[in-house]
Design a binder for this molecule. Sequence first.
Ligand code: TRP
Ligand code: CA
Ligand code: ZN
Length: 322
Amino acid sequence: MKLLLSGRALTAGAVAVATLVTGGSAAGAATAPAPAHPAGAAAAAAPDIPIANVKAHLSQLQSIATANGGNRAHGRAGYQASLNYVKAKLDAAGFTTRVQQFTASGRTGYNLIADWPGGDANQVVMAGSHLDSVTSGPGINDNGSGSSAVLETALAVARSDYRPTKHLRFAWWGAEELGLVGSRYYVNSLGSAERAKISGYLNFDMIGSPNPGYFVYDDDPTIEKTFKDYYAGLGIPTEIETEGDGRSDHAPFKSAGVPVGGLFSGADYRKTSAQAAKWGGTVGQPFDRCYHSSCDTTANINDTALDRNSDAIAYAVWELSQ
Ligand code: TRP
Ligand code: CA
Ligand code: ZN
């Protein structure tokens, strides 16, 4: 059974049914506690991702940039501090983390890989985002937004003690802004057997643009449908992502034959009148007027877009892993 309802709606429905059954039973009848994950039960529903938590991560990334010369760029102190922040959260939540080192433009770079213990190691669902900014600004929409939403989704996995059928892996890439260096290094570091175990890679790069669009990558049909279903459930139209196909970390995975997908709220292209008619916002203005600029701060985020996209990430991670 596939439901297009949100996780909360499904949970509320299940609770209502349980209450009805309990209310109709004889007084004093014992009700056996249901196992957390009964065999043959309906699929576990994704949680709502609290936008306040995602924004708290963005504030921390902003503070890190401010304390380190205004950026979180490859090879700079602000990148290292960003990685330490994300890694500490994941370690405390019970993830198995690994820092993968590489060199780009004469400086050391790092990817952070976090595995959630359990699940079928031969079927890996990955979600990732680049954690580096350009040198010209703090990189809060690009890509604190994706980094924070993926982090909060991982923490939600831990909070709900989610035990999916497939294995979950989360990644934060270094040196994307130098040409997808970290993600390409990771894909190349996997043998072909390891690559073949990845059933899907989901990428999130710029998902809180201040004049947002709702773009879904059209690479793998199953992943694309999962995101479209989520947005259909909200009654929000989406478009196919075309603002530079292959301009983010999904590209090395796709080149290696891994099914990929993702979400994007727009960079320096301008919103058309047709797009403003369906999404609101400002016609003729870029989706992100602070793209790669010093003004890509915590003020450069549309909270509604960030919230919807964060919830969509959790929905897809849950749907695609069971
Ligand atoms: N990856 C680009 C950056 O970080 C932004 C970007 C442009 C993008 N076009 C895209 C991201 C399409 C995802 C999809 O600067
Ligand atoms: Ca939410
Ligand atoms: Zn960028």
